[in-house]
Design a protein around this ligand. Structure first.
Ligand code: FAD
Ligand code: FES
Length: 236
């Protein structure tokens, strides 16, 4: 989508709220991560899950679409590192692409992407073209590239070469396991949460998560305060 007002200061980890119908049904916008920014073009990738994404998949080329964004205050930290591990599961791989592009040249990057099976492997060529130190594509059933969970490949590499940051996005069980591993090994880790959302702007409380702040447990909005948090603060 061509959207200069969104692309001018969008950060990796931020998302968009897309209006999916002109009739007002369904009423709620749908949250989709920013996958890539190229000039004034913003790319999203989404899976058709229900009515909203089904309608979105039918939008014709050339048609205008109503987007709110970029949304989210908690974003992935782009700065100089020594080595980083970037790990995505399924749809969670999509926002990591813009992050990887922006980290290129600032650190050595290993990327681990896990998918259910071959049919849903996405963005492999794009990640390859960035030219990272290592790219592992894993499928749960072994139908493409490595067989197994992306986290196990990441752990094996970290045992040989410590990283100073893990960035992760994916299903909650995967993020929970990554948080545990990062804590055990003292590695700062940022996770992007994909909570179910209503309004997307902090007004409905639909996306509340329990997080630690200054030693206290508080509720935060994934849409407004996230979607990226430090794993150590999130109560999965
Ligand atoms: C911050 C964020 C980023 C996301 N990025 C992507 C992405 O890049 N690509 C992608 O394919 N999907 C992404 N999702 C998930 C996507 O928003 C849902 O698949 C989509 O909203 C489902 O809508 P639907 O109408 O097709 O399904 P329905 O099940 O009919 O949706 C009903 C309602 O539930 C909400 N909802 C349903 N599933 C989810 C979900 N998993 N997360 C959040 N809200 C949900 C919808 O917004 C809607 O309000 C993201 C979700 C969040 C919160
Ligand atoms: S989605 Fe409404 S407060 Fe976050």
């Amino acid at each position: 989508m061509r959207a200069p007002e969104i692309t001018k200061d969008a950060k990796p980890g931020q998302f968009l709220e897309l209006k999916v119908s002109e009739t007002g049904e369904p009423f709620l916008r749908r949250p989709i991560s920013i996958n890539s920014i190229d000039g004034d073009l913003v790319t999203i990738i989404f899976a058709v899950k229900g009515k909203g994404t089904e309608l979105l998949s039918k939008v014709e080329v050339g048609k205008k679409i109503d987007i709110m964004g970029p949304l989210g205050k908690g974003v992935f930290e782009v700065q100089e590192y020594n080595n980083v591990a970037i790990i995505g599961g399924g749809l969670g791989s999509y926002p990591l692409y813009e992050l990887t592009k922006r980290l290129k040249g600032k650190t050595s990057i290993n990327v681990y992407l896990g998918f259910r099976d071959k049919s849903v492997v996405t963005c492999e060529k794009e990640f390859e073209e960035i030219g990272v130190n290592k790219l592992v594509i894993a499928t749960d059933d072994g139908s493409y590239k490595e067989k197994g969970f992306a986290i196990d490949f990441m752990k094996k590499d970290i045992e040989e070469h410590m990283v100073d940051r893990i960035f992760a996005c994916g299903p909650t069980p995967m993020l929970r396991a990554i948080k545990k591993y990062a804590e055990e090994n003292n590695i700062p880790c940022q996770v992007s949460l994909e909570e179910r959302m209503g309004c997307g702007i902090g007004a409905c409380l639909g996306c509340a998560v329990k997080v630690k702040e200054d030693g206290n447990e508080v509720y935060k909005h994934v849409c407004k305060d996230g979607p990226v948090f430090f794993a150590k603060d999130v109560d999965f």
